[in-house]
Design a protein around this ligand. Structure first.
Ligand SMILES: NC(=O)c1ccc[n+]([C@@H]2O[C@H](COP(=O)([O-])OP(=O)(O)OC[C@H]3O[C@@H](n4cnc5c(N)ncnc54)[C@H](OP(=O)(O)O)[C@@H]3O)[C@@H](O)[C@H]2O)c1
Length: 161
Protein backbone atom coordinates (compact mmCIF):
# COMPACT_ATOMS: atom_id res chain seq x y z
CA UNK A 1 0.00 0.00 0.00
CA UNK A 2 1.19 3.52 -0.79
CA UNK A 3 0.22 6.30 1.61
CA UNK A 4 0.52 10.05 1.85
CA UNK A 5 0.88 11.77 5.19
CA UNK A 6 0.07 15.45 5.54
CA UNK A 7 -1.15 18.22 7.84
CA UNK A 8 -3.22 21.05 6.38
CA UNK A 9 -5.34 23.97 7.54
CA UNK A 10 -8.96 24.82 6.70
CA UNK A 11 -7.86 26.07 3.26
CA UNK A 12 -5.73 22.95 2.69
CA UNK A 13 -2.59 25.04 3.25
CA UNK A 14 0.49 22.98 4.08
CA UNK A 15 3.26 25.56 3.96
CA UNK A 16 4.43 29.15 3.90
CA UNK A 17 7.89 30.37 2.87
CA UNK A 18 9.13 26.77 2.60
CA UNK A 19 8.21 26.00 6.17
CA UNK A 20 5.36 24.29 8.00
CA UNK A 21 3.40 27.13 9.64
CA UNK A 22 2.58 25.31 12.90
CA UNK A 23 6.01 23.69 13.25
CA UNK A 24 6.79 22.89 16.88
CA UNK A 25 3.28 23.82 18.04
CA UNK A 26 1.31 20.66 17.18
CA UNK A 27 3.05 17.96 19.20
CA UNK A 28 0.57 15.14 18.61
CA UNK A 29 0.86 15.58 14.85
CA UNK A 30 4.63 15.28 14.94
CA UNK A 31 4.46 12.28 17.27
CA UNK A 32 2.03 10.52 14.93
CA UNK A 33 4.16 11.26 11.85
CA UNK A 34 7.24 9.90 13.61
CA UNK A 35 5.46 6.75 14.80
CA UNK A 36 3.79 5.91 11.47
CA UNK A 37 6.82 6.51 9.27
CA UNK A 38 9.39 4.91 11.60
CA UNK A 39 11.27 2.09 9.83
CA UNK A 40 9.37 2.90 6.62
CA UNK A 41 10.26 5.17 3.69
CA UNK A 42 9.41 8.85 3.22
CA UNK A 43 9.33 10.39 -0.25
CA UNK A 44 9.76 14.15 -0.38
CA UNK A 45 10.56 16.93 -2.80
CA UNK A 46 13.88 18.71 -2.71
CA UNK A 47 12.31 21.85 -1.20
CA UNK A 48 10.74 19.95 1.68
CA UNK A 49 14.04 18.20 2.32
CA UNK A 50 15.86 21.55 2.35
CA UNK A 51 13.28 22.90 4.75
CA UNK A 52 13.90 19.99 7.16
CA UNK A 53 17.64 20.30 6.59
CA UNK A 54 18.73 16.73 7.29
CA UNK A 55 17.65 13.12 6.94
CA UNK A 56 15.11 11.98 9.54
CA UNK A 57 16.58 9.08 11.53
CA UNK A 58 15.20 5.52 11.62
CA UNK A 59 13.57 5.58 8.19
CA UNK A 60 14.60 5.65 4.54
CA UNK A 61 14.66 9.24 3.27
CA UNK A 62 14.01 9.53 -0.48
CA UNK A 63 14.41 12.97 -2.07
CA UNK A 64 13.08 13.72 -5.55
CA UNK A 65 15.03 16.31 -7.55
CA UNK A 66 16.22 17.11 -11.07
CA UNK A 67 19.58 18.05 -9.57
CA UNK A 68 22.51 15.76 -8.87
CA UNK A 69 22.71 15.84 -5.10
CA UNK A 70 24.73 13.70 -2.76
CA UNK A 71 23.46 13.88 0.78
CA UNK A 72 24.34 11.68 3.74
CA UNK A 73 21.67 9.08 4.56
CA UNK A 74 19.44 10.14 1.65
CA UNK A 75 18.34 8.20 -1.44
CA UNK A 76 18.30 10.79 -4.25
CA UNK A 77 16.07 10.04 -7.26
CA UNK A 78 15.09 11.91 -10.43
CA UNK A 79 11.39 11.06 -10.77
CA UNK A 80 8.34 9.90 -8.83
CA UNK A 81 8.51 6.48 -10.50
CA UNK A 82 12.11 6.11 -9.39
CA UNK A 83 11.12 7.20 -5.88
CA UNK A 84 8.67 4.31 -5.47
CA UNK A 85 11.14 1.91 -7.12
CA UNK A 86 13.84 2.98 -4.64
CA UNK A 87 11.81 1.98 -1.56
CA UNK A 88 13.75 -0.72 0.25
CA UNK A 89 12.18 -4.11 0.75
CA UNK A 90 9.92 -4.29 3.80
CA UNK A 91 9.37 -0.54 4.04
CA UNK A 92 6.00 1.11 3.44
CA UNK A 93 6.25 4.22 1.22
CA UNK A 94 4.83 7.43 2.67
CA UNK A 95 4.52 10.42 0.33
CA UNK A 96 5.76 13.21 2.58
CA UNK A 97 5.24 16.37 0.51
CA UNK A 98 5.37 19.14 -0.42
CA UNK A 99 2.72 20.39 -2.81
CA UNK A 100 4.47 19.35 -6.04
CA UNK A 101 5.10 15.85 -4.75
CA UNK A 102 1.58 15.38 -3.36
CA UNK A 103 0.09 16.55 -6.68
CA UNK A 104 2.12 14.05 -8.69
CA UNK A 105 1.52 11.18 -6.28
CA UNK A 106 -2.27 11.49 -5.97
CA UNK A 107 -2.94 9.02 -8.78
CA UNK A 108 -0.76 6.29 -7.32
CA UNK A 109 -1.59 6.31 -3.60
CA UNK A 110 -4.29 4.35 -1.77
CA UNK A 111 -4.50 6.15 1.55
CA UNK A 112 -4.14 9.66 2.91
CA UNK A 113 -3.31 10.12 6.56
CA UNK A 114 -4.24 13.70 7.29
CA UNK A 115 -4.12 16.02 10.25
CA UNK A 116 -6.80 18.64 9.63
CA UNK A 117 -5.86 21.68 11.67
CA UNK A 118 -8.55 24.13 12.67
CA UNK A 119 -6.79 27.33 11.66
CA UNK A 120 -6.18 29.58 8.64
CA UNK A 121 -2.62 30.35 7.60
CA UNK A 122 -2.57 33.87 6.14
CA UNK A 123 0.59 33.81 4.03
CA UNK A 124 0.31 30.21 2.79
CA UNK A 125 1.93 29.40 -0.54
CA UNK A 126 1.74 25.58 -0.64
CA UNK A 127 -1.45 23.52 -0.58
CA UNK A 128 -2.66 19.92 -0.51
CA UNK A 129 -4.75 18.96 -3.58
CA UNK A 130 -8.54 18.73 -3.47
CA UNK A 131 -9.71 15.10 -3.46
CA UNK A 132 -11.73 13.71 -6.33
CA UNK A 133 -14.90 11.67 -5.62
CA UNK A 134 -13.03 8.36 -5.60
CA UNK A 135 -11.69 9.31 -2.15
CA UNK A 136 -13.74 8.54 0.96
CA UNK A 137 -13.24 9.50 4.57
CA UNK A 138 -12.80 6.24 6.53
CA UNK A 139 -11.93 7.51 10.00
CA UNK A 140 -11.91 10.75 11.99
CA UNK A 141 -10.70 11.46 15.51
CA UNK A 142 -11.12 14.93 17.01
CA UNK A 143 -8.70 16.52 19.47
CA UNK A 144 -9.12 19.81 21.31
CA UNK A 145 -6.30 22.30 21.61
CA UNK A 146 -4.16 22.04 24.72
CA UNK A 147 -0.76 23.18 26.02
CA UNK A 148 1.10 21.04 23.44
CA UNK A 149 -1.23 21.55 20.47
CA UNK A 150 -2.15 25.18 19.88
CA UNK A 151 -5.07 24.50 17.49
CA UNK A 152 -7.88 21.95 17.62
CA UNK A 153 -7.35 19.23 15.01
CA UNK A 154 -8.74 16.01 13.58
CA UNK A 155 -6.76 12.91 12.62
CA UNK A 156 -8.49 11.79 9.42
CA UNK A 157 -7.94 8.85 7.07
CA UNK A 158 -9.08 8.83 3.44
CA UNK A 159 -9.09 5.76 1.20
CA UNK A 160 -9.78 5.38 -2.49
CA UNK A 161 -12.46 3.00 -3.71
N1 LIG B 1 2.11 20.38 6.23
C1 LIG B 1 2.70 19.31 5.71
O1 LIG B 1 2.29 18.18 6.00
C2 LIG B 1 3.87 19.48 4.79
C3 LIG B 1 4.58 18.35 4.38
C4 LIG B 1 5.67 18.53 3.50
C5 LIG B 1 5.98 19.80 3.05
N2 LIG B 1 5.27 20.86 3.47
C6 LIG B 1 5.56 22.21 2.95
O2 LIG B 1 5.42 22.20 1.53
C7 LIG B 1 6.21 23.27 0.99
C8 LIG B 1 7.08 22.74 -0.13
O3 LIG B 1 6.29 22.28 -1.21
P1 LIG B 1 6.73 22.60 -2.72
O4 LIG B 1 5.64 22.10 -3.61
O5 LIG B 1 7.16 24.03 -2.83
O6 LIG B 1 8.08 21.77 -2.90
P2 LIG B 1 8.39 20.17 -2.82
O7 LIG B 1 7.30 19.39 -3.43
O8 LIG B 1 8.83 19.84 -1.45
O9 LIG B 1 9.70 20.11 -3.71
C9 LIG B 1 9.67 20.54 -5.04
C10 LIG B 1 10.94 20.09 -5.73
O10 LIG B 1 10.91 18.68 -5.88
C11 LIG B 1 11.56 18.34 -7.09
N3 LIG B 1 10.61 17.66 -7.97
C12 LIG B 1 9.27 17.78 -8.00
N4 LIG B 1 8.73 16.96 -8.91
C13 LIG B 1 9.78 16.30 -9.49
C14 LIG B 1 9.87 15.31 -10.50
N5 LIG B 1 8.79 14.81 -11.12
N6 LIG B 1 11.09 14.85 -10.84
C15 LIG B 1 12.21 15.33 -10.22
N7 LIG B 1 12.18 16.28 -9.25
C16 LIG B 1 10.97 16.76 -8.89
C17 LIG B 1 12.08 19.62 -7.70
O11 LIG B 1 13.37 19.79 -7.16
P3 LIG B 1 14.57 20.51 -7.98
O12 LIG B 1 14.16 21.95 -8.09
O13 LIG B 1 15.76 20.29 -7.10
O14 LIG B 1 14.65 19.81 -9.31
C18 LIG B 1 11.12 20.65 -7.14
O15 LIG B 1 11.65 21.97 -7.12
C19 LIG B 1 7.01 23.81 2.16
O16 LIG B 1 6.36 24.97 2.69
C20 LIG B 1 6.96 22.69 3.17
O17 LIG B 1 7.18 23.15 4.50
C21 LIG B 1 4.22 20.73 4.34
Amino acid sequence: MRKAIVAYDRNRAIGANNDVPWMGRMKMDIQRVRALTRDNAIIMGRKTFESIGHALPNRQNIVVTHRSLEVKDVTVVGSMDDAFRAVESGRMPFVFGGQQIYEQAMGSIDEIIATEIDTYVEDADAFFPELDPSWHETSREHHDADDDNVYPFDFVTYNRY
